[in-house]
Design a protein around this ligand. Structure first.
Ligand code: MOS
Length: 728
């Protein structure tokens, strides 16, 4: 049976709390954890496929121009080399900004340094890599390519219609207190541990691609599109993904190249990106320049709010870092101006990286809010509390559940926050200035359509299937918990199968929508099964209790296996977000509190304590939700202090394209992270009353650290990352 549910209105039923099994929200361990730590979880590159050969991509060494020739003769003589392929299907660039939204581009011209231009295939990886290094590509190079947003030739165009309401200039003039500041952030790379990797198999009709991807339902179409195949003849397999952070939202060049090679050579081909290629040819987060104007009345209530941002991308790309996303709804101010502009430059595609928009938008906004609190001499927590608007400031729609105030208060209490006197340079321990800072967290809540199939087997075990991915976030486990709760079985009796387009299309993982969206489809399928069981018992569904493998209604208690009478029940659910997404401003909220030490002589910054209080609707698993928040806070430390893509100003190549030189925080950079989950149910968030959690922990985190640095040593740094030279 297939059921379709479109969520148009809040779901107030609070079904999960009414269930009897009691596993939802519990901090269960990740069910695939033992497979991962024992090496039994097979990642994309790890399938052993007979007759498989190895491909290594060759990337462009010019910023802009055309490939005029590929001199492959010498390379083809090298040991083990089978073929050199170059084909515009291979260099297809897909939808990096938001899966499925823009068409696959077949690129012939070179548009950035690092763009894939050829694939060398050999018997072994070493042979292919060696030959790839020696492949000579001839180019017609366009002189003086525009590769830098600070180049005086760079022009910025509005990315979409700006939000303009009232008169911001006048509000700034009339304000009792005002802040007008410019913040900048540098480019970022998603930096997932598992590099992009694919193995393609072709049987003459159907292409099977083992690949590391986030969004299979879209990726299947993208790949079919790039290759000129029918999507029905493309199967993607991606059960385990070693991190995505946006970089695996769209198909990546190694998957397209492996596919073309497998079809051409009629044998399986594996292509794994070198770490440097992950930086050079996947995508970046755009650098940003942001002007923030905050106008407040004498009580600190915002009357005017301005946020303008300048970002970059390649020509024709349909994505621009959505810097203003939180500024649309977080704070009041009748006089508003929000404007995002983009310039077109020849650097690797800009796309979605770890909370696109809020990650960098909030760190700047929360810095500016700290500056306003300081100018007014009030506690920055108090400033936030005075600026929680009643309704969306421009759309005039209500908020869904919003526990921002609770997060601010509970986080402050947990951290032992003292915001009374924010005068800098008041505390010193030896060679270190000590300071504290705080920031608000927020991230929009996204829902996506999703399908799932649930089978209650005759032996009382359950099977859940969807092409949904688990990118290290805990999807397997939360889907297991939802099914176990709804069907009254032990979680150990629920098998979850994900990451294969042979299963019903799930929501994929991205934009923090995975658990709430695919979880809702699983929930809905389980509701269908419950109705059928109730019908068998002749009772209404809400008179049915499922617990410990038994169905209970009135004074009857029957083992599920007996009730099923050797016949499995299967439900296929299609969940769709409908009008609900327009009716409410739905978002997740939180508050960060950080303590830093700044070295008096070197300017080195150490984060000493870091607390985050978060609300995200219903928590589906307290452990995986906490871990997601921690991960976000770690990213926040990177964004605050170390992460920065450095581009060569002549040709736009990335000069630090590996994890030795692009510095993500490591264990010693990260203190104990104190995460507090604030209880919430959001009926407008999803039928589960859950919202997203994946990206919330980064959204504002770096702002709290920057504000703590100012409190410690009195230096206000408005350019992220805050490196020692800027602190001194
Ligand atoms: Mo996310 S950066 O939308 O995978």
């Amino acid at each position: 049976m297939t059921s379709v549910y479109t969520m148009d209105e809040p779901d107030e039923r609070n079904r999960l709390d009414a269930m009897a099994q009691g596993v939802i929200g519990k901090p269960l361990d990740r069910l695939e954890g033992p497979l991962k730590v024992s090496g039994k979880a097979t990642y994309a590159a790890e399938y052993r496929i007979p007759n498989c050969v190895e491909g290594v991509l060759v990337t462009a060494t010019i910023a802009r121009g055309q490939v005029t020739a590929i001199d492959d003769e010498a390379v083809l003589q090298m040991p083990g080399v089978i073929a050199v392929l170059s084909d515009d299907r291979m260099t297809a660039r897909a939808a990096q900004g938001g899966a499925g939204k823009s068409p696959v581009r077949k690129v012939r011209d070179v548009q950035y340094y690092g763009q894939p231009v050829a694939l060398v295939v050999a018997k072994t990886f070493e042979q292919a890599r060696h030959a790839a290094k020696h492949l000579r590509i001839r180019y017609r190079e366009e002189p003086d390519p525009l590769v830098d947003p600070e180049d005086e030739r760079a022009t910025f165009e509005p990315f979409e219609d700006p939000t303009v309401q009232g008169d911001l200039e006048q509000a700034m003039d009339a304000a009792a207190h005002a802040v007008d500041v410019v913040y900048t952030t540098e480019g970022h790379n998603s930096a997932a541990m598992e590099p992009h990797a694919s193995i393609a198999e072709w049987d003459g009709k159907t292409l099977t691609l083992h690949s590391s991807l986030q969004m299979l339902r879209f990726n299947r179409k993208e790949l079919a599109d790039a290759l000129g195949l029918d999507a029905d003849n493309v199967r993607l397999v991606s059960p385990y993904v070693g991190g995505g952070f946006g970089s695996k939202l769209g198909i990546s060049p190694e998957g397209a190249a492996a596919s073309v090679a497998a079809i051409t050579l009629k044998r399986p081909v594996r292509v794994v990106l070198l770490r440097q290629q992950v930086f050079q040819c996947i995508m970046r987060r755009s650098e940003t320049r942001q002007r923030l104007r905050l106008a407040a009345d004498a009580e600190g209530r915002l009357t005017g709010f301005g946020h303008e941002a300048w970002v970059s991308n390649l020509p024709e790309e349909e994505f621009a870092e959505p810097v203003l996303q939180a500024s649309e709804f977080l704070y009041p101010g009748d006089d508003r101006k929000l404007d995002l502009e983009v310039t077109r430059i020849h650097r690797v595609t800009a796309g979605s990286v770890r909370a696109p928009g809020e990650a960098v938008g909030m760190q700047a906004l929360e810095g500016a809010m700290d500056e306003l609190a300081l100018a007014m001499e009030i506690d920055p927590v108090e400033l936030r509390l005075r600026n929680i608007p009643e309704r969306h400031p421009t759309l005039d729609i209500p908020y869904s559940s919003r526990k921002l105030e609770e997060c601010l208060r509970k986080g402050a209490e947990r951290f032992d926050w003292d915001g009374a006197d924010r005068t800098p340079c008041m505390k010193r321990e030896g060679d270190w200035w000590i300071g504290t800072g705080m920031a608000t967290a927020t991230r929009v809540h996204n829902l996506n359509k999703a399908e799932a199939r649930v089978t209650f087997r005759a032996d009382g075990s359950v099977e859940v299937a969807s092409d949904m991915t688990d990118i290290g976030t805990g999807t397997y486990t939360v889907l297991q918990q939802i099914a176990a709760e709804m069907l009254g079985v032990d979680p150990g009796r629920v098998e979850v199968h994900l990451g294969d387009t042979d299963f019903p299309p799930g929501s994929g993982s991205g934009g923090s929508w995975g658990a709430a969206s695919t979880g809702s489809a699983v929930f809905q399928a389980c509701e269908g099964i419950r109705s059928k069981l109730a019908a068998k018992l002749g009772c209404a569904e809400d008179e049915l209790t499922l617990k410990d493998g038994h169905a209970v209604t009135g004074n009857r208690r029957i083992a599920i296996a007996d009730l099923l009478e050797d016949e499995a029940l299967t439900e296929h659910a299609r969940f769709k977000p409908g009008k609900i997404t327009e009716a409410f401003a739905a978002a997740m909220y939180g508050a960060f509190f950080a303590e830093v030490a700044v070295n008096v002589y070197s300017g080195e910054v150490r984060v000493r304590r870091f607390t985050g209080a978060f609300s995200m609707g219903r928590v589906l698993n307290a452990k995986t939700a906490t871990s997601q928040c921690m991960g976000g806070m770690v990213w926040g430390i990177g964004s605050a202090l170390t992460e920065e893509l450095a581009f060569d100003h002549r040709d736009g190549h990335i000069v630090n394209p590996d994890l030795a030189e692009y510095h993500v925080p490591v264990n010693l950079d990260v203190p104990h992270l104190d995460v507090l989950l604030v209880e919430e149910r959001d009926p407008a968030g999803s039928p589960l009353q859950a919202k997203g959690v994946g990206e919330l922990g980064i959204c504002g985190a770096a702002g709290a650290i920057a504000n703590a640095i100012h409190h410690a040593c009195g230096v206000r740094v408005r350019s992220f990352p805050i490196t020692p030279d800027e602190v001194l």
